[in-house]
Design a protein around this ligand. Structure first.
Ligand code: 5GP
Ligand code: ZN
Length: 113
């Protein structure tokens, strides 16, 4: 756990959030400022700054997160959805702890803005 990291604190339960799913590797919770009728985030419990911090030592965590996304969306009968991860300021990353947005429940535009 990294000091002063908002999502490390959320994963540890130190800051309250609305839980979607949890296991020993990852934590999923609803976004505080939803951009679609369904909008939750899936984060590793381990601190990784962004996709740019994924390497051979931690990529299994990412495979696990995608497995969780596939399972949780199926359980919620969500058939169509978008998974997004912003890397760096210009792409819109505001929290420097790896997270995957799962968005659903409305038409999506392409390309993203
Ligand atoms: P980013 O902008 O880094 O791609 O995504 C960060 C996301 O975290 C944003 O969608 C933002 O609404 C969400 N967020 C920021 N602070 C909190 C918080 O304290 N609780 C929850 N549930 N979501 C948060
Ligand atoms: Zn963190």
């Amino acid at each position: 756990m990294k000091n002063d990291c908002l999502f490390c604190a959320i994963a540890a339960g130190e800051i309250p959030s609305s839980k979607v799913y949890e296991d020993e590797i990852c934590y999923a919770f609803y976004d505080i400022d939803p951009q679609a009728p369904v909008h939750f985030l899936v984060i590793p419990k381990e601190h990784i700054a962004s996709v740019a911090g994924i390497d051979g030592s931690n990529s299994a965590v990412v495979a696990h997160i995608f497995e969780v996304i596939a399972r949780v969306t199926k359980e919620k009968n969500i058939e169509s959805y978008r998974v997004v991860s912003n890397i760096g300021e210009q792409a819109g990353q505001s929290v420097p702890h790896l997270h995957f947005h799962v968005l659903s429940g409305r038409d999506m535009t392409w390309p993203p803005g």
